[in-house]
Every structure is written in structure tokens, then in C-alpha cells.
Design a protein around this ligand. Structure first.
Ligand code: DCT
Ligand code: MG
Length: 411
């Protein structure tokens, strides 16, 4: 848990840090004269961002540009993707609908490219560049591939470069060998595109809770991810599991997954188990075909919590879907994450997200406070100590941030 980065206290004088933390205007971007100019905090985690906001059309365009940049790939495009992300989250954080680009031109969160797109949309209702990308063969095909579970932007682009455009091309290709994960994603594509409603996610969580009540009474679980942030529908169900007594959670995930497998609920799974002997360094990946022990270097996974993710198959009654005699069950993506009690609060913040919120929280913690934050713990590099937390509020306190409810973390 001890961060590898060395201390770099010199970069931030105590005065700068204190000033920026005490007075949010030091961190905001409004012009000095600006009663009318819009202001935003430097980091997303310092502001409230809700699912509802005032600038949908602009955000949609910027998100499309972000996703396009990711599909193009390369270091430069990654940077551009991040810049578009910063712009779209800034637009989500604004307290009103933007009518004129001058209202936001002084915000440093928006680069020239984003401003140009926004200006264009505000003047004529659409952006030529955005529409061109939306209708391009490259974007349509790579986006389609990228929507398959197990297919990242690099693979999507590779397939495109090989001349593939459709799922039929993929299925008939002699040069492409799908991984088990991708094959499963492709086989279940249509059902996985159906949104997981909050009610369905709650029913899946209830079912999981019933199972862990049998395996290890006292074990707790809760919905995290988008559903905890107030989304009425998500692309998967994220469930965080823990036992209040540290250590009792060991071995729980395997037992749970075995039971779910016996019930026929699992179509495809990958397990990330922590090695009980070494407790660190390597993670094990075991997939449903029994191909196991593919050791994965730390850093590749989002964190080192025990996790089972994959494609589950639930009876339609459990999901409260209309009966279908030909197909009595429906596939859904599920993530089961087990955390030791001592890391629960950090795991909860991390797995609640969203991704951009986490990114900003970690950046802020490091840059402003020299605190190295993860889904396991926080390490204060100035004090050279871990910061134990038993609630989310504890973490916000350490970070000297106003507490934000999960639904205020939708960057
Ligand atoms: N997360 C993260 N970094 C990632 C992926 C995920 O920090 N690379 C965190 C933030 C949210 C949480 O994990 C769950 O991830 P997803 O299920 O992918 O996202 P979501 O916010 O739950 O969105 P959706 O509703 O689409 O599932
Ligand atoms: Mg999710």
C-alpha cells in the first residue's frame, strides 16, 4: 500500500496549499472582474455534478469526440480524449444553459477545440466535425466493436484496419481469433445492450445477499457503481461485498461463485483472486473454461480487490421481464467485488465512482495534499502514514473536501 512515488513537497508550498483549500475562488477560473462570468472549481471532486444538468446537447457532442479520440488511439489522441472529458464534465457542472460561447471562454477547463465545437453548435445547432465523425465508417464500426464486452479501443481499431465492419465480418473472419471473453460478449450482445434497471440491480443484489447469508451469516453487500449514483439504468450491476470482521471475507467469493454456478446463473466469468500466501503482487485470473492462473501484473487491474466479473444469466422472473418460452433467462453483466472490512470505505468510494470523479479525486489528493489514494487506502506522504477510514465521510475529511453524496459524483 505504500506508494512508490517519492515525496515532492517542494512543489507546493504550505501557503499555496492552504490558500487554495480554504478559498475555492483561488481554484476557480472566473475572470477577476467577473460577476457575470461563470466559475468552476479546478477539480471535479470539489464541485457537485449530478445526472441532470443544463447542457445535454453540448455534453453529448464532447463525449462523442472523446470516444472517437479513444478509438483513434495513440498517445496524442489519449490526451485529446482527456481534454474532451474535462470539457464535458465542466459543461455538466455549470449552473445554467449556455447560450453564447463567450460565457465560458475564460474557463480553463475548455481547450480551443472544445470551445470551437461548442461555438459551432450554439450558432447553427450542430457541429460539422461531430456529424462527420458520427456518420463515418470508422466511428460506426469501431464503436460497434468497442461495445462488445471484452473489446477495447485497440482491438476495435485493429479489426477495422483488417477490413472488418460488422458482426458477420467478425464471425466469418479467418484472420481474427476471438478470446473467450469476446466470444461470450458477442454471443450475448443483444441482451447485454438492454439496460440494467435499478429494480433489476436491486433484485440481483437481494439474490446475492440471500446466498452469502447462507455461506457466511453476517456478510453484507450493497449496490455500487452507477446505480448507487442514482442512475435508473446501467450497463451492469456492481455489488460490493464485505464482512464486518476483518479476514472473514477470505475464500467467500469462490464459495459464492460456486453456488451461483450451480444455480446456472453464470455464463462466463473471470475471477481475480488474491493469493492467500503472498497476499500481494500477483493476481490470478481464472476463466470459466478452467484456463487458470494467468498471472497478472499489479497495475493492470483497477485495484487488487477480489473480484468476479462476467456475464450472468438470470431467470426472466428474477429480472421481472415478460416470459419468453424460447429463452427463459436473460444475460446481464455483473461485477462482484469483495473487500476486507478495513478497506471498505475506500472500496466504496472507488467503486461508486464515477471513473472521472475517481480520477479527479486521486489527482487532487496527490497534487494538493500529497496523499496517495486508491480503492484500498490512502497514504499521507508528508506524514508517512496510512489514513484509516471507516466511512466515506472520514475520507472526505482527510482530503479536506466537502462531503458529496453519491448522486453528486456524476462527472
Ligand atoms: N471504475 C473506475 N475506473 C475504471 C472502471 C470503473 O474507477 N476504469 C469505477 C467507477 C465506477 C465503478 O468502478 C463501476 O464501473 P462501471 O460499472 O464500469 O461504471 P458505472 O459508473 O457503474 O456505469 P454503468 O452504469 O454504465 O455501469
Ligand atoms: Mg456499473
Amino acid at each position: 500500500l505504500v506508494p512508490k512515488k517519492s515525496l515532492s513537497l517542494e512543489r507546493f508550498s504550505a501557503f499555496d496549499r492552504q490558500a487554495s483549500l480554504e478559498n475555492n475562488t483561488q481554484l476557480s477560473d472566473g475572470s477577476a472582474d467577473g460577476e457575470s462570468s461563470l466559475q468552476l472549481t479546478k477539480y471535479e471532486c470539489q464541485r457537485v455534478t449530478t445526472l441532470d444538468h443544463y447542457n445535454r446537447k453540448l455534453v453529448e457532442a464532447l463525449e462523442l469526440l472523446e470516444s472517437h479520440a479513444l478509438l483513434i488511439g495513440g498517445e496524442q489522441s489519449q490526451g485529446r480524449a482527456l481534454a474532451f472529458k474535462r470539457s464535458s464534465t465542466a459543461m455538466k457542472g455549470l449552473p445554467k444553459e449556455i447560450e453564447n460561447v463567450d460565457e465560458i471562454s475564460s474557463l480553463r477547463h475548455l481547450g480551443n477545440h472544445s470551445l470551437r465545437i461548442i461555438g459551432e453548435i450554439l450558432t447553427k445547432g450542430y457541429s460539422d466535425e461531430v456529424e462527420q465523425i458520427r456518420n463515418s465508417e470508422f466511428y460506426k464500426a469501431t464503436k460497434l466493436f468497442n461495445n462488445i464486452f471484452g473489446v477495447g479501443p485497440t482491438t476495435a481499431r485493429y479489426w477495422y484496419d483488417k477490413g472488418l465492419r460488422t458482426f458477420d465480418d467478425l464471425r466469418n473472419s479467418e484472420i481474427i481469433k476471438l478470446t473467450d471473453r469476446q466470444q461470450s460478449g458477442l454471443d450475448n450482445y443483444d441482451e447485454l445492450c438492454e439496460p440494467v434497471t435499478l429494480e433489476q440491480a436491486q433484485r440481483i443484489r437481494d439474490m446475492v445477499q440471500n446466498e452469502i447469508d447462507i455461506i457466511l451469516p453476517g456478510t453484507k453487500s450493497m449496490l455500487v457503481g452507477g446505480h448507487r449514483r442514482g442512475k435508473k439504468a446501467g450497463h451492469d450491476t456492481d455489488i460490493l461485498i464485505w464482512h464486518p470482521e476483518e479476514g472473514k471475507e477470505r475464500g467467500l467469493l469462490t464459495k459464492l461463485v460456486d453456488r451461483l454456478e450451480l444455480k446456472g446463473y453464470i455464463k462466463y466469468k473471470e475471477m481475480i483472486n488474491i493469493d492467500a500466501n503472498t497476499d500481494e503482487a500477483f493476481l490470478r485470473r481464472t476463466n470459466s473454461r478452467g484456463l487458470s492462473d494467468i498471472k497478472e501484473k499489479p497495475g493492470k487491474a483497477m485495484d487488487h480487490l477480489e473480484r468476479c466479473f462476467g456475464i450472468f444469466s438470470f431467470p426472466r422472473t428474477l429480472l421481472q421481464l415478460p416470459q419468453n418460452d424460447d429463452n427463459p433467462s436473460a444475460a446481464r453483466r455483473v461485477d462482484l467485488i469483495v473487500t476486507p472490512a478495513s478497506q471498505w470505505a475506500y472500496a466504496l468510494v472507488g467503486w461508486t465512482g464515477n471513473k472521472q470523479y475517481n480520477r479527479s479525486l486521486r489527482l487532487y489528493a496527490w497534487k494538493e495534499l500529497q496523499i496517495n489514494l486508491s480503492s484500498h487506502a490512502a497514504f499521507d506522504c508528508r506524514e508517512q502514514k496510512l489514513l484509516p477510514a471507516s466511512t466515506e465521510q472520514d475520507i472526505f475529511n482527510y482530503l479536506k473536501l466537502t462531503y458529496r453524496e453519491p448522486w453528486e459524483r456524476n462527472c
